[in-house]
Design a protein around this ligand. Structure first.
Ligand SMILES: NC(=O)c1ccc[n+]([C@@H]2O[C@H](COP(=O)([O-])OP(=O)(O)OC[C@H]3O[C@@H](n4cnc5c(N)ncnc54)[C@H](O)[C@@H]3O)[C@@H](O)[C@H]2O)c1
Length: 316
C-alpha cells in the first residue's frame, strides 16, 4: 500500500517508516523537521520537507497515497501550557489541513497518534476507552479535538479513521543502518532520562509516599515495536465512515522504582536518584485497559520493561 507518514522523521514516525518499508509498503514522509531528524529516514524513502500547515506541501506529499499514518505534531505537555496557541495551530489546524487535502484527493484511510493525555486524571485504573475524557493540559485538549475532527470526517467524508491513545512509548529498533534512537530535546520521558542520570545529575523521584506497592508512581509503558504493530493492525481494521479509538499500552503498570531497578540492572550499577516532592496533577497510577485492542485488533504487546530499557540503552 502507498502510505503517507506525517512526522516520519520523529521518534515514533521513523520506526513506523522502517517497519512499513520492511513490510513492503511504499512510504512517503511529510515532516518539517522541527523536532525530527532526516538522518533517521532510510535513503530510499520519498521525503517531502514541509509543514502540515502548508496545504500545497500536504497535497504534494499525499499524491498517489492510499492511507495516512499521522504522527506529526507538537507533544510536550509543559510547552503546551506555555504556548497553547502553537499547539492548537500545529496539532488541530494542521490536522484539518491534512483532512481537507485528503478529501480533495479522495484518500479515506487514516491512523492517528492520540494520547492517554486525553483522559486527564483518571477516576479509576486501568482506564478503558469509555472513561470520561477531561484533559488537564492544552496538549491533551488538542489530541481530543483531533479525535473529534476525525469522528466528524468519518461522517462527512466517509473517512475510515482510527485513533490510538498511546500511553508511554519506549524502546528502539535496530536497522541495517544502526539503531533508531529516541532523540527528543528536551527529553521528558522517564526511561531515556533514567539512562542518562549520573551522580552529578541524579534522577528525581517525585514522591515515595503514593498509594502504590512500593510508594512510587505507576505508569504503563509500551515498546515502540509493539506500538507500530498496533498501527499495522489498525490499518487493516479501518472501516469506511467509522472512527474507532483504542488504548495502546501494556495493560500492566510499572512503578518508577521498577524502572530504576531495570535501568540499574542494564547499566550494571546502581542508578543515582534523589527524592523530590510530588508534582501537582500526577495521578498515583495510570494504566491502560487494552481489552478492546486485544479483542478487535487481535493485538497484544509482547515486549516487557527490561526489553524497553535494554533497547533504549543500546540505541543511546
Ligand atoms: N512519545 C510518546 O511517548 C507519545 C505518547 C503519546 C502520544 N504520542 C504522539 O505520537 C506522535 C509522535 O511522537 P514522537 O515522540 O515521535 O514525537 P517527535 O517530536 O519525535 O515526532 C513528531 C514529528 O512531527 C514533526 N512535525 C512537528 N510539527 C510538524 C508540522 N507542522 N508539519 C510537519 N511535521 C511536523 C516533527 O519534526 C517530528 O519529526 C505525536 O503526535 C505525539 O503526540 C507520543
Amino acid at each position: 500500500m502507498k502510505i503517507l507518514v506525517t512526522g516520519g522523521a520523529g521518534y515514533i514516525g521513523s520506526h513506523a517508516v522502517e517497519i512499513l518499508k520492511n513490510s513492503g509498503h511504499d512510504v512517503t514522509v511529510l515532516d518539517d523537521c522541527s523536532t525530527g531528524h532526516v538522518d533517521s529516514l532510510p535513503p530510499t524513502v520519498r521525503f517531502v520537507q514541509g509543514s502540515l500547515l502548508d496545504s500545497d506541501m500536504v497535497s504534494r506529499a499525499l499524491k498517489g497515497c492510499e492511507a495516512v499514518m499521522h504522527f506529526a505534531g507538537k507533544s510536550l505537555v509543559g510547552e503546551s501550557v506555555e504556548k497553547p496557541d502553537l499547539y492548537r495551530k500545529v496539532n488541530v489546524d494542521g490536522t484539518k489541513v491534512l483532512l481537507e487535502q485528503m478529501n480533495v484527493l479522495g484518500i479515506k484511510k487514516i491512523v492517528f497518534s492520540s494520547s492517554a493525555a486525553t483522559y486527564g486524571e483518571p477516576e479509576s485504573s486501568p482506564i478503558s476507552e469509555t472513561a470520561q475524557c477531561a484533559p488537564t493540559n492544552p496538549y491533551g485538549e488538542t489530541k481530543l479535538a483531533i479525535e473529534r475532527e476525525l469522528a466528524s470526517a468519518a461522517l462527512t467524508q466517509q473517512m475510515a479513521a482510527v485513533s490510538l491513545r498511546y500511553f508511554n512509548v519506549a524502546g528502539a529498533l535496530q536497522t541495517d543502518r544502526g539503531w533508531l534512537a529516541e532523540r527528543h530535546d528536551p527529553e521528558t520521558h522517564l526511561i531515556p532520562n533514567a539512562l542518562r542520570a549520573t551522580s552529578d545529575s541524579p534522577l528525581r523521584i517525585f514522591g515515595r509516599d503514593w498509594d502504590t506497592e512500593d510508594g512510587t508512581c505507576v505508569r504503563d509503558y509500551v515498546h515502540i515495536i509493539d506500538l507500530i504493530d498496533a498501527h499495522m493492525r489498525a490499518l487493516q481494521y479501518l472501516t469506511p465512515s467509522e472512527h474507532h479509538v483504542f488504548n495502546i499500552g501494556s495493560g500492566t503498570g510499572y512503578s518508577v522504582a521498577q524502572v530504576v531497578a531495570s535501568v540499574s540492572r542494564v547499566k550494571g550499577s546502581t542508578l543515582p536518584t534523589v527524592d523530590a516532592p510530588r508534582r501537582a496533577g500526577d495521578p498515583a497510577v495510570l494504566v491502560a485497559n487494552i481489552d478492546k485492542a486485544e479483542m478487535l485488533l487481535n493485538w497484544r504487546p509482547v515486549r516487557n520493561l527490561n526489553q524497553m530499557v535494554e533497547d533504549t540503552f543500546k540505541a543511546s
